[in-house]
Design a protein around this ligand. Sequence first.
Ligand code: DHK
Length: 144
Amino acid sequence: MTPIHVLNGPNLNRLGMREPAIYGTATLADVEAMCRAAAGDHELVFRQTNAEHQLVDWVHEAIDAGAGIVINPAGLSFRSIPLLDALKMCTAPILELHISNIHRREEIYQVSLVSKVARGVIAGLGPEGYGTAVATMRGWLSAP
Ligand code: DHK
């Protein structure tokens, strides 16, 4: 069964203590548990890094594994050409996820480069959006 890789960018390791009015009180461990609960029989890889190069390397690993990618690029959504270039190599579905509704936040957060290569984007559902994202990815991967 096709694996699902959930990749998280900078500062998401601070979930639970980071601007809870925006990102909620769930921790990254809570979010991982939501993803694993939603993954069913799919192998789920869940990772977070504050380093752009590491996120790029993990995208390469997901591609080589033939995995569907759920990605919250966090602050790397908006300016990272290396991340965009890596994601362009992915032939499996990509679902971009943001905890907050980036479209009603500061202007610097409103235009994501990753959205140019994502099949779908979830923004503003809070941490629970991760479970929705993994469930959506399962549906995409099981579609004929
Ligand atoms: C997370 C971040 O760290 C921010 O840089 C983005 C995104 C929003 C989120 O809502 O998950 O702007």
